[in-house]
Design a protein. Structure first.
Length: 165
């Protein structure tokens, strides 16, 4: 049984969080950066690490492990920031997603993707677009636009504007 909203072969960027493999639709990914220093912004949620300077633009960075209720990301040589463009209330926002490591870009056919499970995952399944199957492994395909609430995106935008000022 495939996911009705996924009808064509799509490319996904895979990454790890706490030894689990996740994927984002490649169309939402702007670029991948090696870990760089993040300037902390006071009075923000724990998962909002702070901001980075990306070619003159202030970009908020989110620790995806903390966002998903996992332990804080431990920096390593593989730690990356995925720059994504998310859309909330028809408004585009650029965010950095701190992840343990980036794996690869892969193609998944619609028949390789099943609907998200109803139980047995640490994530709120509203964030999950589907479960990709590759060999004997599952890949959690995230709907990046549903991970953050409108309030969190507004806070990130305010954080960027305040840091730029």
């Amino acid at each position: 049984m495939s996911v009705p909203s996924i009808t064509t072969t799509s490319q996904y960027l895979t990454f790890t969080l706490d030894e689990e493999v996740f994927a984002l639709d490649i169309s939402k990914v702007r670029e991948v950066l090696d870990f760089i220093s993040v300037a902390k912004v006071p009075r923000t949620p724990d998962f909002m690490l702070g901001v980075i300077n990306l070619r003159g633009s202030v970009v908020p960075v989110v620790d995806m492990r903390l966002k998903f209720g996992m332990t804080k990301t431990e920096k390593s040589v593989n730690t990356c920031i995925i720059i994504v463009e998310i859309e909330i209330d028809e408004e585009a926002t650029i965010l950095g997603a701190l992840v343990d490591s980036v794996q690869e870009v892969l193609d998944l056919d619609p028949e390789q993707i099943e609907p998200p499970p109803r139980i047995g995952t640490r994530l709120d399944t509203r964030f999950i677009k589907g479960m990709g199957k590759r060999d004997n492994d599952f890949i959690i395909i995230l709907d990046i636009d549903k991970i953050f609430s409108a309030e969190e995106v507004a806070a990130a935008a305010e954080m960027s504007e305040a840091s730029a000022a």
